[in-house]
Design a protein around this ligand. Structure first.
Ligand code: C2R
Length: 169
């Protein structure tokens, strides 16, 4: 009896740890969608609609590289997302700053907040060598989602198949 009790006490922390890791991993979003401001919400909705259609997990944050640099850094460092989608208008530093913090893929969506979005487009794609950001068209939140899905599909046969089927439709 004493022997069984001892084994149970030894095994319990291992089980607890296993359960917490499993829980943690089950809640891990594959994609992180970050907006520079709440005013970018309409574009972010285009992104999340596509992700919902494909049943891919994501989380959405409003974090600005200009306004909340420390919070942004903390979030990106601790995120388990596989791909970041950064949505920003004006002087859109956000995608580039995220790419400078992580080595994971970053997709930037320029928002037409001023100058027809040309300012944000150039800010996003004109990155210095070594810190790449993949840019999609102005306000094209949908393509950011599709590109992120293609990246995830490299290691996900089912998703790859779904993308192929939809492309043919
Ligand atoms: P407000 O409406 O809050 O003034 O924001 C946002 O993405 C938004 O399109 C106006 C625009 O400013 C952008 N913004 C950035 C960054 N932070 C906010 N480009 C950044 O860190 O790059």
């Amino acid at each position: 009896m004493l022997e069984i009790k001892k084994t149970f006490t030894e095994v319990l922390p291992v089980i607890k740890r296993f359960l917490s890791i499993t829980h943690f991993y089950l809640n891990m979003p594959d994609i992180s969608v970050i907006m520079g401001s709440a005013s970018d919400e309409k574009i972010a909705e285009k992104t999340t609609q596509v992700l919902d259609d494909y049943g891919v997990s994501y989380e959405v944050r409003i974090l600005s590289a200009h306004r909340n640099p420390e919070e942004l850094r903390e979030y990106v460092i601790n995120s388990d997302a596989k791909v970041f989608i950064a949505i920003a208008g004006l002087s859109a530093a956000l995608p580039g700053v995220i790419a400078s913090i992580t080595s994971k893929p970053v997709i930037g969506v320029p928002v037409s907040a001023s100058l027809l979005g040309i300012d944000a487009l150039l800010s996003i794609i004109q990155m210095p060598s070594g810190i790449p950001v993949g840019g999609v068209g102005i306000d094209n939140g949908k393509n950011a989602a599709y590109l992120a899905l293609r990246i995830l599909a490299l290691l996900d046969r089912e998703l790859e198949q779904k993308l192929k089927e939809k492309q043919i439709e």
